[in-house]
Design a protein around this ligand. Structure first.
Ligand code: DGY
Length: 339
C-alpha cells in the first residue's frame, strides 16, 4: 500500500481547524500536541519526508528545516500574516509554496492598534499600575494629573500602508484626526491598493510622505505596520526619534526589530517623544523584568496579541489548514505569498 503523505503541524489547533485537518483521512498527521511553541529538535526530526508543514511565527523555516524535510516538501502554511520567520528564497528555489493569513486578522489588529494609541497617549499603562499598586489615595484628582495628548486633530503617520494600516485609519477618522501621511517602499508615490476605498473618499488629507524625515517630524502618532526585512530592521532608530515631535507617540504592531529598543528607551527617558504603545518588541518574548523599557512609565507593552480575538484566531487556523491542503493538492490557496 502506498504511504500516505505526511504533514507536520507545530501546534495544537482550535477545534474547527483541527476537525478540518482530521477529516483528511488520506494524510499522516504528525502534530506537536501542545499550545506552547514546538521544540526545534522535534520539528527537525519529524519533518523528515513531510509533504507539508503548518507552522507558527515562532517556528523558523530556513535551509536547515527544508533540508531536514527533504525533497517531498510541497507546501509551508504559516499561521500568520508576517512571514519574516520564513526564508522565502529557500522555498522559491525548491518550488515550495507558501500560504499565509493576511486578510482575516485585519480587524483584530487594527482594533488593538487603536487601543495602543489611546493607551500611549492617555498614559493608560501607568494609570493602571498606580491603581493596582494602591497609589490612588496619594494622587487624588487634580487638573494636570496624568494628562496626555489628545487624538482629535492629530496627524497620523503610517510606516507601511497595507490593509492593517488602512483599517486603523478607517477607525481613527471618527476621532477627528486631521490628516494622515504614509511611507511605503516607494516614498512619495500614491498608494497602490486602496483596500477600503478610503483614500478615494477621505475628507482629510491622506498623502504619501516624501521620506522618513517628513513622516517623523509631521506626525503626532507614528504607527509601525510594515514588514520586517533587512531594510526595515532598526528603521526607527535614534535619528528617527530625534525627528519626532515631543508630544508624539510611537506604536509598533508589526515586528519588534523594526524599532531599535535602546533608542526607544533613550527617546522616552529624554522626552524626545511622549510615549509608546507596543504589541511587539525585539527578542520577544524574552524581555527581562529589569529591562529599562519596562521601567518607562509612558510605555505600554502587550505580549504580541494583535490578532488575539477568538474569532480571528479560529479563522487564521482554518485558513492555514485550507492553505496546507490546497498546497498538497496543487489547488488555489486562500492566500498565497508570491515568492
Ligand atoms: C502575524 O500574524 O504575523 C501577527 O503578528 C499575529 O498577531
Amino acid at each position: 500500500m502506498a504511504q500516505k503523505p505526511k504533514v507536520v503541524v507545530t501546534r495544537a489547533l482550535p477545534q474547527t481547524a483541527q476537525r478540518l485537518l482530521d477529516a483528511e483521512s488520506g494524510l499522516e498527521i504528525v502534530q506537536w500536541p501542545s499550545e506552547q511553541p514546538c521544540e526545534r529538535p522535534w520539528l527537525l526530526e519529524h519533518s523528515k519526508d513531510a509533504a507539508g508543514i503548518l507552522l507558527m511565527l515562532t517556528d523558523t523555516c530556513d535551509e536547515k528545516l527544508l533540508q531536514a524535510a527533504g525533497g517531498n516538501l510541497k507546501v509551508i502554511a504559516s499561521f500568520s500574516v508576517g512571514t519574516d520567520h520564513v526564508e522565502r528564497d529557500a522555498l522559491k528555489k525548491r518550488n515550495i509554496r507558501l500560504g499565509y493569513t493576511p486578510t482575516c486578522l485585519t480587524d483584530a489588529v487594527a482594533d488593538l492598534t487603536v487601543m495602543l494609541i489611546l493607551m500611549a497617549q492617555r498614559v493608560g499603562g501607568e494609570a493602571m499600575r498606580k491603581v493596582l499598586a494602591g497609589e490612588w489615595p496619594q494622587m487624588p484628582w487634580s487638573p494636570l494629573l496624568m494628562t496626555g495628548p489628545q487624538i482629535r486633530s492629530a496627524t497620523v503617520g503610517f510606516l507601511g500602508f497595507g490593509r492593517i494600516a488602512q483599517a486603523t485609519l478607517k477607525r481613527l477618522l471618527p476621532f477627528g484626526i486631521s490628516g494622515a501621511i504614509y511611507l511605503t517602499s516607494k516614498p512619495g508615490q500614491p498608494v497602490r491598493d486602496d483596500h477600503f476605498g478610503l483614500i478615494k473618499e477621505a475628507y482629510i488629507p491622506i498623502e504619501p510622505a516624501k521620506d522618513w524625515k517628513q513622516l517623523a517630524s509631521e506626525s503626532d502618532v507614528v504607527i509601525v505596520g510594515c514588514a520586517l526585512t533587512p531594510s526595515t530592521k532598526h528603521f526607527v532608530n535614534s535619528e528617527f526619534f530625534a525627528h519626532m515631535r515631543k508630544l508624539s507617540v510611537l506604536i509598533n504592531i508589526a515586528r519588534g526589530p523594526i524599532v531599535d529598543t535602546d533608542a526607544l528607551v533613550k527617546a522616552l527617558e529624554e522626552g524626545q517623544i511622549f510615549g509608546a504603545g507596543l504589541d511587539v518588541v525585539e527578542n520577544e518574548p524574552n524581555i527581562a523584568i529589569h529591562h529599562p523599557l519596562l521601567k518607562q512609565p509612558r510605555c505600554v507593552l502587550v505580549p504580541h496579541i494583535g490578532s488575539a480575538t477568538i474569532e480571528t484566531r479560529e479563522q487564521m487556523a482554518t485558513e492555514s489548514v485550507r492553505n496546507l491542503l490546497a498546497g498538497l493538492k496543487g489547488e488555489a490557496m486562500v492566500n498565497e505569498v508570491e515568492l
